[in-house]
Every structure is written in C-alpha cells, then in structure tokens.
Design a protein around this ligand. Sequence first.
Ligand SMILES: Nc1nc2c(ncn2[C@@H]2O[C@H](COP(=O)(O)OP(=O)(O)OP(=O)(O)O)[C@@H](O)[C@H]2O)c(=O)[nH]1
Ligand SMILES: [Mg+2]
Length: 179
Amino acid sequence: MAGQLKLGGSKGEIKAVPILDMQKDGQGFKPIFDVFEEIFDNVRDFPVAIICIAGPFRKGKSFLLNLLAHYLIENQSSTWFKKGDTQPAKVFEWKGGVERNTVGIHITNKPFILETSDKKKVAVFLMDTQGMFDTKTTTKDCSTIFALSTLLSSVQIYNLTDQIHENDLQQFEVLPYYH
Ligand SMILES: Nc1nc2c(ncn2[C@@H]2O[C@H](COP(=O)(O)OP(=O)(O)OP(=O)(O)O)[C@@H](O)[C@H]2O)c(=O)[nH]1
Ligand SMILES: [Mg+2]
C-alpha cells in the first residue's frame, strides 16, 4: 500500500462475513471458498490491501475494527465520530464479558475504495480474527489463525492492552511451530 490513503468510501451496507469457520465438531477450521471468491471477484481491477487485527481473546479487536470501519464509512472526515454517536459502526460483531466471541476469520463483504497519495485506487478490506490463548482454543488453532491472517493481510495489527510483556513476545516464538 504505497503512500498515505486519502478519501474514499464504500457503497451500500457493509458487514463482516466469515471466510474461515470452525468445523461442526469444533475440531479445526474450514475455509469458505465461495465467499472468498465472490468478494475478491468484484475487485479484480484494483490492488487489494487487507488490514487485519489479531491477538489474544477479549482485548477489543472487533471493537477497534468497528472504529476503523466507522472512520472509513465517514470518509475519514475530521468529524467522523459525531456527538450523537454512542457506539462505532456495527460491521464486526463484538460484545462484553469473559466468553470468547469471534470464531474463525471474518472480512468486510465490500471494500473501501481509497486513493493513495500518488492517486492510485486501492480496495481496502478489514479483517477480524478469532482471539488467541483462551482455554477453548488449542495452540494448533491459535497457530492456524495467526499463520493464515499473517499470510492474507497487508497490514497486521497485534492488539494488546497496557504494556507489552515478555510473555507476549514469547508467544510469537511458539506459534509458528504448531502449524
Ligand atoms: N475501555 C475499553 N474497553 C474496550 C476497548 N476495546 C474494547 N473494549 C471492550 O472490550 C470488550 C471486548 O471487545 P471485543 O471487541 O468483542 O473483543 P475481542 O478481542 O474481539 O474479543 P474476542 O472476539 O472474544 O477475542 C467489549 O466489552 C468492549 O467494549 C477499549 O479500547 N477501551
Ligand atoms: Mg472479536
């Protein structure tokens, strides 16, 4: 993604759709190829950039993606979060509590067509991932989510709260070996 992106927007209602789902028996994942193909078929003529958030469960990944989506839906306006707004756009499902919410990998069904500083159009998608390291998610599943989202994304944000601790960094050493 060259240069700084400028104004652009997405026509029609935008929502997140799963491209990787958990198997019915809860053992591993299955890709949803038809959704994948349909989404990217529409942007054959554009370079594509995927902005992804990964990281531990229950830290606000989906919430942060909704804030990003809200900002892009409002065309990156300086007044993008208006006075009356109490919540960000509902593109990705998010909730409070201690139970994990997002399962698999989800991506926006439509791109935000943005423009780089050298006037090239880019189709930008936002991508959400299942939270890692909760008791229901095996290390192999964490590794699958992390590896796939790293491979698919142009920019990957690793979402942590507070400071970065040594054990956060150690998790990067372990993840690749379980795939
Ligand atoms: N105070 C505060 N709360 C936040 C922030 N980001 C998220 N939350 C809260 O954290 C909770 C979890 O948000 P989600 O976005 O569903 O978290 P998640 O990381 O996607 O969770 P999983 O999908 O289960 O991994 C919600 O109650 C949010 O309101 C933040 O920046 N500040
Ligand atoms: Mg989530």
